[in-house]
Design a protein around this ligand. Sequence first.
Ligand SMILES: CC(C)(COP(=O)(O)OP(=O)(O)OC[C@H]1O[C@@H](n2cnc3c(N)ncnc32)[C@H](O)[C@@H]1OP(=O)(O)O)[C@@H](O)C(=O)NCCC(=O)NCCS
Length: 215
Amino acid sequence: MTLIDEWPLFGLGLVTPMLTLRVPSDEDLAQLIQLALAGIHPPETMPFSVPWTDLRPPLFQRNFLQHHWRGRADFAHDRFDLNFVVIIEGSIVGSQSLHRRLPSTTVSFETGSWLGRVHQGRNVGKVMRAAVVAFAFDYLQADVITSSAFIDNIASQRVSVATGYQLLRTEMVSRRGVDTAQLHYELRRDQWERTGICELIEVTGWPACQSMFSP
Ligand SMILES: CC(C)(COP(=O)(O)OP(=O)(O)OC[C@H]1O[C@@H](n2cnc3c(N)ncnc32)[C@H](O)[C@@H]1OP(=O)(O)O)[C@@H](O)C(=O)NCCC(=O)NCCS
């Protein structure tokens, strides 16, 4: 008996030809922390709405683990933060999250992601986003998926546009105390189907997990 039997999400994996997304074990989180500590963005920039990368060790690591453990502990079929690790050739290169938002008549999700700096700019961001989007539409009956990026985060904006998202609105939010434009994107099922993007080739562990995504 392993924990996968008791908590089937530990067996969930989204497989593409380039990379695999899997729900992290604690050992995976230990590796992910090291990747994050090695750097995600230049210190003078801040791509995240919640500026978690501004924390210094050891608070950084503790906050990081609590964030991931909270997502695990608070999982519910109609509201969750599923934080996948991104694996290429056996190494963890980043994080791709899929958040199911407040229960409503529309099945809506939001995505968030980051890669270690050495892994950025190599198309990985687009492939991991496409994988999680395909999973949400094909397996979780998503109606709409949203994503946001600050005005100066061109890579994130390009990932959204390349995945078929449309710019919905721009709002001013405070970032490190400075009003900054944040762009909100939306991807509806028909828009996604029109892209013809087909990265996801297999979802491992799905039969055991399926009931966790149902009432
Ligand atoms: C955002 C992020 C996940 C994108 O992943 P990535 O692998 O670097 O992006 P890709 O290589 O798939 O490139 C996506 C597009 O952005 C462009 N791009 C990538 N890095 C760029 C940069 N620094 N400046 C301008 N454009 C860039 C690519 O050319 C590509 O554009 P195209 O579709 O027109 O060809 C990654 O850059 C990252 O982790 N950044 C830091 C954390 C972050 O910003 N997270 C998102 C918060 S909203």
